[in-house]
Design a protein around this ligand. Structure first.
Ligand SMILES: [Zn+2]
Ligand SMILES: [Zn+2]
Length: 726
C-alpha cells in the first residue's frame, strides 16, 4: 500500500492524501472520496509517508485508465502557474483539463462521421461550374476525408451540397475513429510557398537558427506578411517532426485560420482548441495533441495548457490582445505562460503584432526579447492608408457623424467601394435623458447606465443584463420627451439609412451576430461585395481581409484619451492601427478618417505617420515618470459583496496585514472599482506594486497565507497578478 497526493478542484491551496493498492503513476486521474462526494483528481506525487494519521487516510476508489496520464512537464507548468498567480493548485490543474477529463464518467468518444469520395466520383472538371461549393467540397475531399464541421468552413451551404453529392453517389459517410493516417512527416506538402522578401527571410532565419529557448518579438506593420513568416516557420518545424502551438486571440477567427493553414499544409494534421468546441471534440483534439498526432495546434488562450510532447515552436499572434488574459478563476496571461512554457521546453517563441504591447516592446528594447521587424508591405505596390483627422468642433455633425465623412461615404458608394464606420458601442445610444428634470437611465443594479436599444424598444444594462421597455414618459417627472444621448452602432446605422436609402448597410456587433452562423454569413456577403457600408465594433477590426474596403471612419475615439485606465490610450492606438489596416489592402489605396476634438493629440499624430516606435517611446516615457507597468509589477486584490461595509472592512483589514509584513512594496489605498456596483454587488479593490517581479512574488508568498486566514464572510475575493483591468 502506498500514498498518493492528489490535486482536487477545491479552493484550498493544498494536495490531499489517499492510499492506493495498485501502482499509480504521477499524472494519473483518480476518483477519490472527498467530504461526502466523489471527485476526480490528478495524482501529483507518490510518497512514502503522510502527515495525516494512517487510519484517517481514505483509499482511492478508482484509478482511471481511459486516458494517458498528464505529463510531468504539464504538471510542472501548472505548478508554476499556481505559484505565480497564487491560485489553488487543485483548481489550477483541473481547470486546465478538458471538461471530459474532469468528470467521473468514463470516456467513450463517439466516432465522428467523416465524408470521403466514392470510386464513382467524377473529376472536378465534370461538375457544373455553377456548383461552386460542391466543386470545392470534391476538391477538398480528394486530398483527405473531412467532417461536416471542417467542410462547413467552405460555405454555410456545404451541408446541402453534401446531400446532393451523396444522392449522386459520389460522396459517402464513414465513421472516423482517429484522424486519417498521415504521410511521413518529412514529405508533407507546403502549398503555394512564396518567395520571401529579404526582411521576411531574415526573420525566419533568426528564429530557425536559434538554439533552444529564445523569445522573439515580431513587430510587423499590417500587410507585411507576418502570416507568411509563420507558415515558413511551421514548415521548418514540420519537416523535423515537431509540433507547433499557435495561439490566437479570437475564437471567431479560428475556423478561418484553420482553413487557411490547412490550405497551406494540406496533408498536415491540424487541430483547434477553444471553448466553442463540443466537449467531445475538445477532448479528441486534446488527445491528438497529447499523442503527438496533431502537428499544428491552433487555439485560444486555453490551448496554452495542451499536452505537446514534440513541441518545437510557439507562436502568439496579436500578442498585445487583452483576450489572452483570463479574467476569472486562474487569472493567467496565456502569452506570459507561453513564454514560460517555451523556456521550460527549450524552444523558440515568436510574439507577433503590428502594435506590440508596451510590456513586450519594453522587454525587446532592453534586450530580454529579440526584436525582429517587418517594415515593408509584402505586396510592393500596396500602400499604407492615409490617416486624417476631422475636427468635430469645426464641422457640421449629423447625430454624431460629420458631413465630411458622409460625403466620402457617398463617393465610395458611387465608385462601388466599401466603407466601414467604426464605433465601439453597440445599441442605439449609451444613455437616455429627460430634458426637463435631468433623469438618466441608470441601472437599478449597477453603477452604470442602461443602453437604449431602439430596435426592440428596450433599455438594457450591458453589465448585468437587466432590461426594461423604453418608458413613454420620464419616470422622474412625467415629461413626455426623453432624449437619446450619444451614439451606438444602431443609431449610426439609422442615420446612414436616412442619408443613403438605397445603400446596402450591414451592422456587425454582438447583437447582430448572436446567431451562431450570422458572422460567417456576413463575412461572405462582405467578400462578395454585397455590402456598401459596414457599421461595427471592434469585431470588425480583427484580422479580416475585406478587399473592396477603401474608407474607414472612426466615429468616437476620444473617451479613451481621458480614461482613468492608464492602458486606455495604448489599447486605442492598437485598435485604430488594426482597424486602419482593414482599408485598402488590395490594389486600391485606403483612407482613414478620425472624428476627434483633439486632432493634435500625439496619439493621432503618430497614427497619421504610422509611427508605432514614436508612440511607444512617448508612452513608455510617460509610464516611467508615473511609475506604471512595465516599470513596476502589480497585484490587485478585488472584493465584492452585497454589503458595502463588509467589502471595505475586508480590504482595509487585508491592507493592514500587508503593511505589517514590512516588505519593499508600495501599498495603495482601498478604492472603488471602475464600475463601483454591478448586479447589486459593491466592488472595490486594493492595488499593491513592487519594483521587481521577484520582490512582488516574495511579498505575495508571505501575504497569501495571511489573506487565506481573514474571514471573508459572503464576499467574492480574487487576487490578480499582472492585472489588465482596473
Ligand atoms: Zn424628467
Ligand atoms: Zn446593470
Amino acid at each position: 500500500m502506498s500514498i498518493v497526493r492528489v490535486a482536487l478542484d477545491v479552493p484550498l491551496s493544498t494536495l490531499f492524501d489517499y492510499t492506493v493498492d495498485e501502482a499509480v503513476v504521477v499524472g494519473r486521474r483518480v476518483i477519490v472520496p472527498f467530504r461526502r462526494r466523489q471527485m476526480v483528481g490528478v495524482v501529483m506525487e507518490c510518497v512514502a509517508n503522510s502527515e495525516v494519521a494512517v487510519e484517517r487516510i481514505k483509499p482511492v476508489l478508482q484509478a482511471l485508465h481511459d486516458s494517458a496520464p498528464i505529463s510531468a512537464n504539464l504538471l510542472q507548468l501548472l505548478q508554476f502557474c499556481s505559484d505565480y498567480y497564487h491560485y489553488p493548485i487543485g483548481q489550477t490543474v483541473l481547470s486546465a483539463l478538458p471538461a471530459r477529463l474532469r468528470s467521473d464518467k468514463p470516456i467513450t468518444i463517439k466516432p465522428v462521421l467523416h465524408y470521403r469520395l466514392t470510386g464513382a466520383a467524377p473529376h472536378i472538371d465534370f461538375l457544373p461550374k455553377r456548383k461552386a461549393v460542391a466543386r470545392c467540397i470534391v476538391e477538398t475531399l480528394s486530398v483527405q476525408s473531412c467532417s461536416l464541421v471542417q467542410l462547413k468552413v467552405i460555405s454555410t451551404t456545404a451541408g446541402a451540397q453534401l446531400k446532393w453529392l451523396e444522392q449522386e453517389g459520389w460522396v459517402e459517410q464513414f465513421e472516423a475513429l482517429a484522424m486519417p493516417q498521415r504521410l511521413s512527416v518529412a514529405s508533407h506538402t507546403f502549398a503555394n510557398a512564396h518567395q520571401l522578401t529579404d526582411e521576411q527571410q531574415l526573420v525566419v532565419d533568426a528564429v530557425t537558427q536559434s538554439a533552444g529557448f529564445g523569445c522573439f518579438l515580431l513587430h510587423g506593420i499590417t500587410g507585411s506578411g507576418k502570416t507568411e513568416v509563420y507558415v515558413h516557420l511551421m514548415d521548418y518545424v514540420l519537416q523535423r517532426g515537431g509540433q507547433v502551438l499557435l495561439l490566437v486571440p479570437e475564437i471567431n477567427l479560428t475556423p478561418q485560420l484553420e482553413a487557411y493553414f490547412l490550405s497551406r499544409f494540406p496533408d498536415a494534421s491540424l487541430v483547434s482548441l477553444h471553448s466553442g468546441l463540443s466537449e467531445n471534440e475538445r477532448l479528441k483534439n486534446w488527445q491528438q495533441a497529447q499523442t503527438g498526432t496533431a502537428q499544428i495546434v491552433l487555439g485560444t488562450r486555453l490551448s496554452v495548457f495542451a499536452e505537446l510532447p514534440k513541441l518545437a515552436l510557439i507562436i502568439v499572434d496579436e500578442e498585445h490582445d487583452s483576450s489572452f488574459k483570463q479574467q476569472d478563476g486562474l487569472r493567467y496571461s496565456a502569452r506570459d505562460v507561453a513564454i514560460f512554457r517555451a523556456s521550460q521546453s527549450s524552444v523558440p517563441i515568436v510574439l507577433g503584432s503590428a502594435t506590440p504591447s508596451l510590456e513586450s516592446y519594453h522587454n525587446a528594447r532592453t534586450g530580454r526579447y529579440r526584436l525582429l521587424k517587418l517594415t515593408g508591405r509584402a505586396q510592393a505596390d500596396a500602400r499604407l492608408p492615409t490617416v486624417n483627422c476631422i475636427n468635430i468642433n469645426q464641422t457640421v455633425m449629423t447625430e454624431g457623424i460629420s458631413e465630411k465623412l458622409l460625403r466620402e461615404v457617398g463617393q465610395r458608394i458611387e465608385r462601388g467601394e466599401q466603407s466601414l464606420l467604426f464605433i465601439n458601442r453597440r445599441g442605439y445610444a449609451p444613455v437616455l435623458m429627460c430634458t426637463e428634470c435631468g433623469w438618466l437611465s441608470d441601472c437599478k443594479n449597477c453603477a452604470g447606465k442602461m443602453v437604449l436599444h431602439l430596435k426592440d424598444q428596450r433599455l438594457r444594462c450591458h453589465h448585468c443584463g437587466y432590461q426594461l421597455r423604453v418608458p413613454t414618459a420620464c419616470p422622474g417627472c412625467g415629461h413626455a420627451e426623453l432624449l437619446p444621448i450619444g451614439s451606438g452602432t444602431q443609431r449610426v446605422e439609422s442615420v446612414l439609412q436616412v442619408r443613403f436609402p438605397d445603400a446596402r448597410i450591414l451592422r456587425v456587433d454582438r447583437d447582430s451576430t448572436k446567431n451562431k452562423r450570422a458572422w460567417q454569413t456576413m463575412r461572405e456577403q462582405i467578400h462578395a461585395n454585397e455590402v456598401d457600408i459596414l457599421v461595427g465594433t471592434q469585431m470588425l477590426a480583427k484580422g479580416h481581409d475585406f478587399p473592396a474596403l477603401t474608407l474607414v471612419g472612426v466615429l468616437n475615439p476620444d473617451s479613451a484619451l481621458y480614461s482613468s485606465d492608464f492602458r486606455a490610450a495604448e489599447k486605442l492606438f492598437a485598435q485604430l492601427m488594426q482597424v486602419a489596416g482593414r482599408a485598402g489592402r488590395a490594389d486600391k489605396p485606403g483612407e482613414v478618417m478620425i472624428q476627434t476634438a483633439f486632432p493634435d493629440h500625439p496619439l493621432f499624430r503618430c497614427l497619421q505617420s504610422h509611427d508605432f516606435e514614436g508612440w511607444a517611446a512617448s508612452q513608455l516615457a510617460e509610464r516611467q515618470m508615473a511609475g506604471f507597468p512595465p516599470f513596476v509589477f502589480q497585484v490587485m486584490l478585488r472584493a465584492e459583496g452585497m454589503i458595502e461595509a463588509e467589502v471595505y472592512a475586508y480590504l482595509n483589514q487585508a491592507r493592514k496585514t500587508a503593511i505589517e509584513l514590512k516588505y519593499p512594496v508600495e501599498i495603495l489605498g482601498v478604492v472603488p472599482a471602475s464600475l463601483a456596483r454591478r448586479a447589486n454587488h459593491v466592488r472595490a479593490q486594493l492595488l499593491i506594486q513592487a519594483d521587481t517581479r521577484r520582490e512582488l512574488q516574495q511579498f505575495l508568498r508571505a501575504w497569501r497565507p495571511v489573506l487565506d486566514s481573514l474571514p471573508t464572510q459572503k464576499l467574492r475575493c480574487s487576487l490578480d497578478v499582472d492585472p489588465l483591468e482596473f
